[in-house]
Design a protein around this ligand. Structure first.
Ligand code: AMP
Ligand code: GLY
Length: 426
C-alpha cells in the first residue's frame, strides 16, 4: 500500500525508516519531511497541517494509510477531516479524533478525564479571567513548588514550575492577564508538584485493545547533569533500568487499562499512539500528562527496538485485530544523543553544512535526521535539534558510548550535544 507520513523531525525519520522496512509499504510519502526522510521515500513540499494539500495527495497517489507524527494536525482534526470525507474515508489514519486529541490539546480536558477514571495524578484546580482573584488566593495557600500549566498547546513551553508563591502569582498573571501563551494560556491548570523520576510509556491502541511498546526516558535539559533550560529533548534511553515487572504491572492496572476503558466508556475514537508521561515516586506511578502521538526523541530509541512489522501493527489497529498481535522487541539497549544547533533552545542560525553523513557507520548505529534539509550545497541544518544518533549496546553505557563515537564523526558549525545521556544508570 501507499502510505503518507506527516511531520519533519527525528521521530518521523525513525518512523519512515521502519515503515519502509515493511513489505506492506509500496510507496512512502512524507510531508514535509527532512533530508533523512528523503532517503526513505518522497518528501512533499507542504505542511503537516495543510489539510487540502493532504486530501489532494491522498486521491492523486492512491494512499491507503496516513501516519501522523506531531500533535498539531491531530488537535486540528486531521483524523475527522479524512475519515468524514466520502472520497477519503477508506483511508486509515493512525491517530485519534480531534475530540480525543484533547487529551494532549487541553490540560483541563486531560485532568478531568483522569479524575473521571480515577487515574492517579497530581491534585489540581483550573482558573480563567473569571475567577482570577480566587486563583491568586489558591496560589498563596498552595504548598511549594507549584506547577502552572497553560491549558492549550504551547510547543512544550506552557509549564511553569515555581518555587515561590510570588513567582507563581507572577506567572499566573502573565498567562491570564498578559496572554503570555496567547489563547493557550487563557485557562490555567494549577497543580501540585510530583517528585520522582519521569518515564515515558507508549501504547498503540485501536480504542478497544492495545499493545504496550518499549518504555523510554528522555533528557529534557540542555546541559549535562540535567541543568540549564528545557528543550524538546537532548537524548533518550530504552529500556529504562528501574522499569521492572512490578512497576509495569502497576502502570497497566492503574493507568493504561483505566485510560482504555475511559476511552470506551466515553465513546472516544482513538486509533493511534498514546504517550503516557509518568512520574514514578517510590515505585508508585502517577500520570503527568497524555500526548496523542509518539515522543521525540523517545521514538528514536523505541521504534528501532521494535522488530515486528510496524505497518502490520498499524493495519491491525484499523481492522480490529490488534489483540492478536505479538510485539517482538530487540532486547538490547538503545540510546540516542541529539546534536543541536549552537544557541538552542535560544536563538540559532540555520543553513550550516553537515559533514560526515556519508561516512559508513557501524550496523548498530542509526543517524536520524531531525532539523535538516537538502540543498545544492549538500545537507544543511534546518532547526534546533539537527540529528539524533541512536546506537544499540548491551547496556546503557555501551550504547551511549557508541552513540557519542558516531557523533564524533559528524560535524556542523556550532554543533553541541550532551555527553552524559543515561549518566545516572552507569
Ligand atoms: P507537560 O507539558 O505536562 O509534559 O509538562 C512538561 C514537564 O514539566 C514534564 O515533563 C515534567 O518534567 C514537568 N511537570 C509537569 N507537571 C508536573 C508536576 N505536576 N510535577 C512535577 N513536574 C511536572
Ligand atoms: N520528548 C517529549 C515529547 O515528545 O513531548
Amino acid at each position: 500500500m501507499n502510505i503518507l507520513l506527516l511531520g519533519s523531525g527525528g521521530r518521523e525519520h525513525a518512523l519512515a525508516k521502519k515503515i519502509t522496512e515493511s513489505p506492506n509499504c509500496q510507496q512512502l510519502f512524507i510531508a514535509p519531511g527532512n533530508a533523512g526522510t528523503a532517503t526513505c521515500g518522497t518528501n512533499l513540499n507542504f505542511k503537516a497541517t495543510d489539510f487540502e494539500a493532504i486530501r489532494n495527495l491522498l486521491l492523486e497517489k492512491d494512499i491507503s494509510m496516513v501516519v501522523v507524527g506531531p500533535e498539531d494536525p491531530l488537535v486540528k482534526g486531521i483524523y475527522d477531516f479524512i475519515t468524514q470525507d466520502k472520497d477519503t474515508r477508506h483511508v486509515q489514519v493512525i491517530g485519534p479524533s480531534a475530540f480525543s486529541a484533547q487529551l494532549e490539546g487541553s490540560k483541563s480536558f486531560a485532568k478531568s478525564f483522569m479524575a473521571r477514571h480515577a487515574i492517579p495524578t497530581a491534585s489540581y484546580r483550573e482558573f480563567t479571567a473569571d475567577n482570577f482573584g480566587e486563583g491568586l488566593v489558591y496560589i498563596s495557600g498552595h504548598s511549594l513548588p507549584i506547577v502552572l500549566k497553560a491549558d492549550g498547546l504551547a510547543a512544550g513551553k506552557g509549564v511553569l514550575i515555581c518555587s515561590t508563591h510570588e513567582e507563581a502569582a507572577e506567572g499566573f498573571k502573565a498567562m491570564i492577564q498578559d496572554a503570555r501563551f496567547g489563547e493557550a494560556g487563557k485557562k490555567v491548570v494549577i497543580e501540585s508538584y510530583l517528585k520522582g523520576i519521569e518515564v515515558s510509556v507508549f501504547v498503540l491502541t485501536d480504542g478497544q485493545s492495545f499493545v504496550v511498546l518499549p518504555e523510554a526516558k528522555d533528557y529534557k535539559r540542555v546541559g549535562e547533569g540535567d541543568t540549564g533550560l528545557n528543550t524538546g529533548g537532548m537524548g533518550a534511553v530504552s529500556p529504562v533500568p528501574f522499569f521492572d515487572d512490578e512497576l509495569k504491572k502497576k502502570i497497566l492496572e492503574r493507568i493504561v487499562w483505566p485510560t482504555i476503558k475511559g476511552l470506551q466508556k466515553e465513546n472516544m475514537v482513538y486509533k493511534g499512539f498514546i504517550f503516557l508521561g509518568l512520574m514514578v515516586d517510590n515505585g508508585e506511578p502517577y500520570m503527568i500528562e497524555y500526548n496523542c502521538r509518539m515522543g521525540d526523541p523517545e521514538t528514536e530509541v523505541v521504534i528501532p527496538r521494535i522488530t515486528a512489522d510496524l505497518v502490520e501493527l498499524f493495519k491491525a489497529v484499523g481492522n480490529g485485530t490488534l489483540a492478536e498481535q505479538q510485539l517482538s522487541v530487540d532486547e538490547r539497549t538503545a540510546v540516542t544523543t541529539i546534536a543541536v544547533s549552537g544557541g538552542y533552545p535560544g536563538e540559532y542560525v540555520n543553513g550550516k553544512e553537515i559533514f560526515g553523513l556519508e561516512q559508513p557507520k557501524n550496523a548498530d548505529v542509526m543517524v536520524y535526521h531531525a532539523g535538516t534539509t537538502s540543498t545544492t550545497a549538500g545537507v544543511v541544518t534546518n532547526g534546533g535539534r539537527v540529528l539524533a544518533v541512536t546506537a544499540f549496546g548491551n547496556n546503557i553505557k555501551e550504547a551511549a558510548d557508541k552513540s557519542r563515537e558516531a557523533l564524533s564523526t559528524l560535524c556542523f558549525e556550532g554543533m553541541y550535544y550532551r555527553r552524559d545521556i543515561g549518566y545516572e544508570f552507569d
